[in-house]
Design a protein around this ligand. Structure first.
Ligand code: URA
Length: 338
């Protein structure tokens, strides 16, 4: 972690218990007892839609012996779920919305880890989303190597009259490990740079918006230019996510996005509902393939308890009339999913 970039002026007082931190958009504060259930967090999974987040949490719970899913009551802005070491949270659409979610979660994770830099280093962050492919057909999974703005410069914000640039690179070892985790999955997975548009139409050079500020030659000139520079997809959050993660120095974070269309062939998303579902499932599958490689292995189920040996009678029944084979199994551990 880059300790010098963590807002200690504010967070030290929270850690000392002088005042609580209010994660306003999640409707919870650091002094809420529910937070103690999230202390083992090892991964933070982000996605645009709240429904998607609930689906992810259910899938994870099922994979983890039906471990309990915790939720927070306020879902007006972002949906939050926690299950077995993973926070799942929706961030809405675009960098202004997603940056609020990421900053509040960074503070929450800092609190959950007691401000311990070694513990914070262990937390993996990932956004799983959808995107427009640049030279890639719908359904391809892109693991991002660098997030850039439409001018291929990194994410930047205005602090008054000053521009603040952020480093948009994603850790290469994590991106490679995600591709490796998907190797025999049958998914089409590529690595590439990703442009984050501040807007779906104008900044992604679409000609089907209500406002049209470009023509075909400019659009294709731009798409070809970003493609030549290694960009393989366009979405709306990645440059900010990488910028904020790098600012605090989280060593492990990633972005996994499926493509919904090939922008070299059009602007409108015309895939059927079924196709869109399959496309977005691809990104989720890639996430879980990787997550299972980094999360602690589930404890092996207790071995089947043997019944005391029962001598078989010539009829094949035990002498007490019951089945001779032991059938007892320990019940699965963990609470039920909500
Ligand atoms: N999301 C985007 O931001 N752009 C697309 O083209 C598709 C999904």
């Amino acid at each position: 972690m880059k300790i010098e970039n963590i807002n200690r002026q504010f967070l030290d007082g929270v850690m000392a218990g002088d005042y609580p931190d209010v994660y306003y958009h999640f409707g919870v504060s650091s002094n809420d007892p529910v937070l103690k259930n999230f202390r083992d967090v090892r991964a933070v999974v982000l996605a645009g839609s709240g429904e998607r987040i609930k689906e992810f949490a259910k899938i994870w719970s099922k994979k983890r012996n039906n471990r309990k899913i915790y939720t927070l009551p306020k879902e007006e802005r972002f949906v939050f779920c926690y299950c077995d070491g993973v926070i799942f949270a929706s961030h809405g659409m675009g960098m202004p919305s997603a940056s609020i979610c990421v900053q509040e979660l960074m503070r929450m994770v800092y609190f959950l880890k007691g401000g311990d830099p070694d513990e914070l280093d262990q937390v993996f962050w990932v956004r799983v989303g959808t995107s427009g492919g640049v030279g890639l057909e719908g359904g391809t999974v892109v693991v991002t190597t660098e997030g850039l703005m439409a001018d291929l410069k990194p994410y930047r914000l205005l602090i008054g009259e000053r521009e603040q640039y952020f480093d948009g690179r994603f850790p290469a070892d994590v991106a490679e490990a995600i591709v490796e985790a998907c190797r025999d999955s049958g998914l089409e997975v590529v690595m590439g740079k990703t442009v984050a548009g501040n807007e779906f139409f104008i900044e992604q050079m679409r000609l089907d918006g209500a406002i049209r500020l470009a023509e075909e030659d400019w659009k294709y000139g731009w798409l070809n230019w970003i493609h030549e520079h290694g960009v393989r997809n366009i979405e709306m959050e990645g440059a900010m996510l990488a910028g904020f993660m790098n600012h605090w120095g989280f060593p492990r974070f990633a972005m996994i996005c499926c493509t919904l269309l090939n922008r070299l062939h059009g602007d409108q998303v015309t895939a059927s509902g079924q196709e869109l579902h399959r496309y977005s499932e691809n990104a989720g599958k890639a996430l879980f393939f990787y997550l299972e490689t980094i999360m602690p292995k589930l404890e092996a189920k207790a071995p089947a308890r043997k019944k005391p040996a029962v001598k078989k009678t010539p009829t094949g029944r035990g002498e007490d009339g019951g089945d001779a084979e032991p059938t007892d199994q320990e019940p699965a551990d963990g609470g039920k999913a909500e």
